[in-house]
Write a new protein. Structure first.
Length: 309
């Protein structure tokens, strides 16, 4: 066969169509039957109330009766309200402190609990117990401790600042709130860190030991980089929970003394549901949601960029 004849024969053959894997894949209708109803329920109980709240934030509603739209007046008033400004500042300060303490202590405990020690499972259960307790219930227990036994201990030891209840001290009343939040928050973070530590192959540590790597280098150069995704999860979750600190304030200080421990969530609840500021605090809730969304986005971007280094 000549070269020209072979070329003509090849030209007559139809070219094979490239079929995309996505176009030929058939999706089982059962998936839609599971996903669509869940999405509808999710939208009904979350998105619709949220949009309804956004609507009320532009009104003068008290939560009942007639109301009228007043535009951005609620939002403008928020930026001029010193009480709201103090609540945001206090919330951010204790949230940063709570997040740092939870992750440092939880990471330290998880490394210890993942090592070869006796009664390992028993210690894990003990550290997880605080997470199973109701914040309000255990909060009232801690309130009694900070109101009675602790001041007596301070008097016995001659510690002046501890001789009176911290809950009534305007400068130190944040300490019991942070203490309770950290005490309960550590448990769940330890669980996540332990899950991450157990994904690391022991052979890596054995090779490092042969090379003469000490304990600190082993943690900083091997353990911490390998549990980076778990650190990101814990950082985001602990910060989110800390920014939403509410039950601890209700149980311990009720926002006092002199409104010094009011968090944003507590102020929204107190002013919106019991203080006749429904629309005003709804606007505060919308603003707080935007702030939380921005913080979460920035936090995730920074954490992921650090993981890729």
């Amino acid at each position: 066969m000549s070269h020209a004849t072979a070329t003509k024969t090849a030209a007559k053959k139809p070219a094979k169509k490239k079929v995309s894997a996505f176009s030929t894949r058939k999706v089982d209708p059962a998936y839609y039957w599971m996903v669509v109803p869940a999405a509808i329920i999710f939208a009904f109980f979350l998105y619709l109330p949220f949009l309804d709240g956004v609507k009320y934030s532009f009104t003068n509603s008290q939560g009942y009766g007639d109301y009228k739209f007043i535009g951005l007046k609620n939002y403008i008033a928020l930026f001029q309200d010193n009480r709201v400004g103090h609540a945001y500042l206090f919330t951010f300060l204790i949230a940063i402190l709570i997040t740092v303490l939870i992750n440092v202590i939880a990471l330290f405990l998880s490394v210890l609990l993942n090592s070869k020690i006796a009664f390992k499972n028993g210690f894990r259960a003990i550290f997880f117990i605080p997470y199973t307790l109701s914040v309000l219930v255990i909060g009232y227990v801690f309130k009694y401790i900070f109101m009675n036994p602790l001041p007596e201990l301070g008097k016995a030891l001659g510690i002046k600042w501890l001789s009176t209840s911290l809950l009534t001290n305007e400068q130190l009343s944040w300490i019991p709130i942070v203490f309770l939040a950290v005490w309960q928050g550590i448990a769940y973070s330890v669980l996540i860190y332990l899950a991450g530590l157990q994904t690391i192959d022991d052979e890596i540590y054995e090779a490092a030991a042969i090379d003469g790597v000490n304990a600190w280098q082993k943690f900083w150069k091997i353990t911490f980089p390998l549990i980076g995704p778990f650190f990101t999860i814990n950082l985001v979750l602990s910060m989110k929970n800390a920014l939403g600190t509410f039950d601890q304030v209700v149980a311990l200080t009720e926002g006092g003394p002199n409104s010094s421990t009011e968090t944003v969530t507590y102020l929204i609840w107190k002013g919106g549901l019991t203080g006749g500021e429904y629309a005003y605090q709804t606007a505060n809730a919308v603003l707080f949601f935007i702030v939380l969304a921005i913080i979460a986005f920035v936090q995730l971007r920074i954490s992921r960029s650090q993981e890729q280094i």
